[in-house]
Design a binder for this molecule. Sequence first.
Ligand SMILES: N[C@@H](CCC[C@H](N)C(=O)O)C(=O)O
Length: 273
Amino acid sequence: MEFLKGHGTQNDFVLLPDASGALELTPARVAALCDRQRGLGADGVLRVVRSAALEEGAHSGAGWFMDYRNADGSLAEMCGNGVRVFARYLVEADLETGPDFSVGTRAGDRRVRVHPDRSVTVHMGPARITGTSVAIVGDRELSGVAVDVGNPHLVSALDDDVSGLDLREQPRFDGDVFPDGVNLEFVNVLGPRALRMRVHERGVGETRACGTGTVAAVAAALHLAGTDHGSSTVDIPGGRVEVTVERGASTLTGPAVIVARGELDETWWNSLP
Ligand SMILES: N[C@@H](CCC[C@H](N)C(=O)O)C(=O)O
C-alpha cells in the first residue's frame, strides 16, 4: 500500500492514495500511522479519494476529496495546511493539471492555486466570529474570540510572549460552548499586519502550525481591532504563512512539501484493528 509523507509549515501528514475509496481507515489505523514511535509519525492523515467514490463527496464539484483525520483518529471538517499538501500531491502525481482547481473537504469545496515556487494558496471560505469564551492554560484564564473556519477555533491574544506558554497538557475550555472540542490559538500582535501564533490542536496536541488556526487568528485580531477585513503574516513555530480575510471569504498562502514516498508493510497494516 502506497503512502507519502508531506508537510505544510511543519504541520505533517501521511497521505494515503485511495482513488476508489476501498481502504478501511479505522481510527486505530490512523492513530498507529501517526504515532511517532510505533508508526510513521504525523499530525494527521490525508486520504486521497475520488469525490465520486465517497458518500461524503457526493455533493462536491471537485474531482478529489480530502478525507482528513487527526492523529488521534478523529475526523475533522477542514485542514488548511493539509489542503496545500494535498493539492501539491495531486499536481505532482498528475491527478490535476493545475494551477487552479478545487479540493473537496467536509467543510465544502476549497479552490486552490499551486504556484511555480511550490507554495499554494487556498480559498478558505468565511471566517465567522461566533462569540467569546475562555481557555485555561495552567493557572491562567485567557479570554478569546471564537471563530468558525469550517472547524472550531478559540483565539486568545496575549500581551506577553506566547513562547512562554506551556502547551504540553490539553488546555481546558468550555464544553458547553465547544461540545465537539476546539482548536486553541494563542497570539501576539506584532504589528498591524503581523502576528505570532502557537496552537494546541483538537485531536492532536501542540503542532508547529495550523492553517485554519492562522486564518482564525487573523480574523480574531481584525475583530479586536474593530474591523472585518485585512491581511497579515502569521509566524508559527514551523514557518510563516500569509492570510487575507474579507467579508465572507479568506485565503491562506504557504509552502507545501512532499518529502517521501514508500510502501506500508501489509502484515503490520493488517494486524491493526
Ligand atoms: N492542522 C489543521 C487543522 C486540523 C484539524 C483540527 N485539528 C481540528 O480538529 O479541527 C490545519 O492546518 O488547519
